[in-house]
Design a binder for this molecule. Structure first.
Ligand SMILES: O=C(O)CCC(=O)C(=O)O
Length: 263
């Protein structure tokens, strides 16, 4: 079973379950008003460009939008949620000076979509060479996630500890949760979108957070215009990767004041 927590639960106990099973749900982390506004902001983009990313992996009845920062003023609030950042820091902080965003993707699974192939998100890195987790994924429910409408499917690492081993026989659990909740999984956790057997779409936002010395999965420097970046608060801009990692990585010669690098 995927264990559910509340935002007020101790971060240590959430992180300990995340390390043990590879996945946790935190219920009602954001209000209905914020999620409604975010959905309203994203709608035109799902309709305009969502179909462009269809394929065998993403599905043919699924709409996707990347570089989500551009499309909603609510996005920074979701991205930089205190509980999410505390969990990311607990998992990643010991292995880097600062962690950063890996990717930002909104996903709408339409009725009739079949299950996505189970996969681990950290395969964008040579994670088999690493002794620790390179990233976590934080998937926000933008609609209620039910057994029928495509709730994310997950295999617990406590059932099958090594994601390289055969996982076909392990039980699969669905991240059933209400809108405004999040399912958080480690980069090594096997998971995938579920089949949507309902008559309504299922929307989600998935943000990944990775070690600050890794290349980001989604290139924020090319995805975001200067105007987009200028509108962000300093912490959010840094979280999106607009900073050096330590004094020697990602340095920028036009930064005589050292503001690009700040610990
Ligand atoms: O939509 C979901 O529930 C998960 C999607 C996913 O895992 C992916 O596309 O990598």
């Amino acid at each position: 079973m995927i264990r559910h927590f509340h935002a007020t639960d101790a971060i240590d106990s959430i992180v300990s379950e995340l390390r043990r099973t590879g996945v946790v749900i935190i219920d009602q982390l954001e209000t209905d008003e914020v999620i409604s506004q975010f959905n309203t902001d994203l709608r035109p983009e799902f309709d305009r460009q969502g179909h462009l990313f269809q394929g065998d992996f993403n599905g043919y009845k699924t709409l996707r939008v990347g570089a989500v920062t551009k499309y909603s003023q609510m996005f920074p609030r979701l991205l930089a949620n205190d509980v999410v950042l505390a969990i990311a820091d607990a998992v990643l902080g010991a292995h880097c000076d600062v962690f950063q965003v890996g990717s930002t993707t909104a996903i709408e699974i339409l009725p009739g979509e079949s299950s996505q192939v189970l996969h681990a998100d950290d395969t964008c890195y040579p994670s088999h060479l690493m002794q620790f987790e390179a990233q976590i994924s934080v998937l926000w429910a933008l609609d209620d996630f039910t057994e029928e409408n495509g709730a994310t499917r997950v295999i617990l690492r406590s059932d099958k500890p090594d994601h390289e081993c055969e996982y076909e026989t392990a039980p699969i659990y669905k991240a059933v949760m209400s809108r405004g909740s999040v399912v958080i999984y480690l980069g090594s956790t096997m998971h995938g979108g579920g089949a949507n057997e309902s008559d309504k779409p299922r929307k989600a936002l998935v943000n990944t957070y990775c070690l600050g010395w890794l290349r980001q999965e989604e290139n924020q420097y090319l995805s975001l215009d200067q105007e987009d970046v200028d509108q962000l608060s300093d912490p959010v801009r840094r979280l999106l990767g607009f900073q050096a990692h330590g004094p020697f990585l990602g340095v920028w010669p036009d930064d005589p004041d050292g503001l690009w690098y700040k610990t």
